[in-house]
Design a protein around this ligand. Structure first.
Ligand code: LMR
Length: 394
């Protein structure tokens, strides 16, 4: 049977990992996959994670199965972190998932069960795995405009024009903060307009929140998600602990479904558990327990927040330094958008050919759509990148 298989398209983000590893140049710079790196190029285990893991090893007495939805304490802790008191807890069904991708996948599976005809609307551009999974599941998909190539900000007029085409019951995938891949984000007033339009259209939002704490702070980055949760009878929220807890390989995420009320909550919770059972039975537990321990222990939580804030401030500093260096070199503020963007990524706004030149001539790796991982920079590489950007005529 295997002779019938065809090669699958390579993931354009993940293929950079191998390409970078195999590049022998000592001064190469990795701005590819979205992983935080400190000034020495290391992706560290966060202090609170280390403590929680040690404590877990010492205190855990069994590794027998948890529930299909994962440990309820993890759901409670994450719902608190993400939603605060935006929506009554008894309206939120939730399952632990293998990372944020698992949460997106289970959200789409749930939508496919509940509304197989629904079209899922994606921002153009979006994280490439969104359309890839939707296509794989055989679901209908449409795009709404998002990025203004000229300003490198949000094309809000285009976005709103497209969102007025959404049909009742369609699903609209929104990046809760730190848009991936562009780094361009909506302001609070724009979010309010999007919410009002989608409500009027009878749409169901699906929020992908993978970078809470990487933009303007934990609460600020959750504000739009909270406004969505408070503004709709039904919505879905896919969250990831990969980035903000730095536990990428532990595969720790949570899918939340905000439901209308008790009856829908019960059936939705049961369906989410059923979907976990069909796909992988029980979700991973180690990362979820570590996260729960951190979020429920005031000392660990304070230390985690302090470290996360330092990471965020570091990225903001790198953004400002890169924008300033490019202003100095070009004598213009046309790269000022880099300091306005938020999160790990910025779309530089250049062609795949120029991205290729940056790689071959300068050893600088970024995704072919010119998405740069700002967290891959440091004080030494900022001027190198700025010079290369100018040399390549961006
Ligand atoms: C990214 O966008 O680089 C990250 O979300 C990692 C991934 O899985 O693509």
């Amino acid at each position: 049977m295997f002779e019938t298989l065809k090669d699958q398209p390579a993931d354009k983000i993940l293929m950079l990992i191998a390409a970078f590893r195999d590049d022998p140049r000592a001064d190469k710079i990795d701005l590819g996959v979205g992983v935080y790196k400190d000034a020495t190029g290391l992706t560290p285990v966060m202090r609170a994670v280390k403590v929680a893991e040690r404590r877990l090893v010492e205190t855990q007495e069994t590794k027998t199965y948890t529930g299909l939805a994962g440990d309820p304490a993890f759901a409670d802790a994450m719902i608190g972190l993400v939603l605060g008191d935006a929506v009554a807890r008894d309206r939120v069904a939730a399952v632990a998932t293998p990372g944020g991708t698992g949460a997106i996948r289970q959200a789409l599976e749930l939508i496919r069960l509940a509304a197989p005809q629904a079209t899922v609307w994606l921002s153009n551009p979006t994280w490439p795995n969104h359309p890839s999974i939707i296509r794989y599941l055989g679901m209908k998909m449409a795009e709404y405009r998002y990025f203004d190539e000229a300003t490198r900000g949000v094309d809000f007029a285009g976005m709103m024009a497209d969102l007025t085409q959404v049909a009742p019951g369609d699903v609209v995938l929104l990046h809760g903060c730190c848009h991936n891949p562009t780094g361009a984000n909506l302001g609070a007033a724009q979010w309010a307009e999007v919410i009002a339009t989608l409500r009027a259209r009878g749409a169901v939002p699906l929020v992908d929140l993978a970078y809470q704490g990487f933009g303007d702070g934990l609460d600020a980055d959750a504000a739009a998600t909270r406004a969505v949760a408070a503004g709709f009878d039904e919505c879905l929220i896919a969250t990831s602990c990969s980035k903000n807890f730095g536990i990428y390989r532990e595969r720790t995420g949570l899918l939340m479904a905000v439901t209308r009320g008790a009856a829908e909550h019960r059936t939705t919770q049961g369906t989410l558990a059923f979907l976990n059972r069909q796909n992988y039975s029980f979700p991973p537990d180690h990362g979820a327990r570590v996260v729960t321990m951190i979020l429920t222990d005031p000392v660990l939580r304070a230390d985690w927040e302090a470290e996360l804030n330092a990471v965020r401030a570091g990225m903001l500093g790198l953004r400002a330094a890169l924008a300033a260096e490019l202003q100095r070199l070009t004598n213009s503020d046309r790269f000022g958008f880099l300091a306005q963007h938020r999160g790990m990524f910025s779309r530089l706004g250049t062609t795949p050919e120029v991205v290729e030149r940056l790689r071959t001539e300068h050893g600088i790796y970024m995704v072919s759509d010119s998405r740069m991982n700002i967290a891959g920079l440091n004080a030494q590489t900022v001027p190198v990148l700025a010079r290369a950007i100018v040399d390549c005529g961006v």
